[in-house]
Design a protein around this ligand. Structure first.
Ligand SMILES: C[S@@+](CC[C@H](N)C(=O)[O-])C[C@H]1O[C@@H](n2cnc3c(N)ncnc32)[C@H](O)[C@@H]1O
Length: 255
């Protein structure tokens, strides 16, 4: 057996164990139907303008039709309908079995979408193990996915940077801001409490941008200082930023 094959087998085993652990007790209770209701069926002006700004940034990217998009924490496939006609290929990655079921179903409609039930904290390894070759990819981490990541968010950023640098890629990182958690954020969590559970005010820390619910759902909202550090960690060339009272979207590239 060659070393490469043994390595891949080992990686698959570790991944399987991690997924099982996650499924049993660690994973957030995301649910495609409820998530859809919370984000797409709801006429909240901030949710709508956040989505509009994310899409605007994507649409304005040069040579978009030649790009492969890697959507980290792709959820139920929110972006597929809008983005897949504009790009060469989308690779959507999600680890949550409930979300993945819907992602897989939606992906079937589009010939240029591939989906992977994988853990994005191992981005570089998983692309290699799945033989996914990308050139100048656009890596997306939208709608504060980084704040609800299963596992170590720093590993996700390091993986994005590694892949971005290696293949001269671009990154769009879309975050919720700490300042907005106390009012707008809390209101959205009450609205979505069937999925995320009722807010547990004794465990939330608004100054630190920490949300926690009575069912143990957590989410990190980012302070300006943290956002600056994330940008330093990613490096690259900052191409654009969209900053509102509630969200912060960063667009950068590696050359
Ligand atoms: C806040 S939702 C956002 C979904 C999607 N990005 C969107 O904008 O509609 C975060 C998603 O990331 C997924 N996720 C969290 N941690 C992950 C991980 N380590 N690997 C892969 N997916 C992950 C969750 O299952 C969930 O579907």
């Amino acid at each position: 057996m060659n070393n490469n094959f043994t390595g891949i087998m080992f990686y698959c085993k570790v991944r399987e164990i991690r997924l099982l652990l996650n499924m049993n007790n660690i994973m957030r209770n995301f649910n495609a139907k409820q998530y859809y209701k919370l984000f797409e069926d709801w006429d909240d002006p901030v949710i709508k303008s956040h989505e509009k700004d994310e899409f605007k940034l994507i649409r304005e990217i040069k040579n978009l039709e030649k790009k492969t998009i890697i959507d980290l924490g792709a959820g139920y496939g929110r972006i597929l309908k809008t983005v897949s006609p504009l790009v060469k290929q989308i690779v959507g990655i999600d680890v949550n079995p409930e979300m993945f079921k819907e992602l897989e179903k939606r992906a079937n409609v589009y010939p240029n979408v591939t989906v992977l039930k994988e853990d994005v904290t191992y981005l570089s390894k998983l692309l290699k193990a799945r033989n996914i070759v990308v050139h100048k990819p656009l890596l997306l981490c939208l709608q504060n996915t980084l704040g609800t990541i299963e596992g170590d968010w720093q590993k996700v950023l390091q993986g994005m940077k590694k892949v971005g640098k290696k293949y001269q890629g671009e990154i769009i990182l879309s975050l919720y801001r700490q300042q907005a958690l106390r009012d707008w954020g809390l209101m959205t969590y009450y609205h979505g409490s069937t999925m995320n559970g009722e807010p547990d005010l004794s465990k939330c820390n608004f100054d630190k941008g920490w949300f926690e619910s009575k069912t143990g759902y957590t989410s990190k909202w980012w302070t300006d200082e943290e956002i600056k550090k994330l940008q330093e960690l990613l490096g690259g060339e900052n191409l654009q930023e969209i900053k509102t009272a509630q969200y912060y979207i960063i667009y950068l590239k590696y050359s």
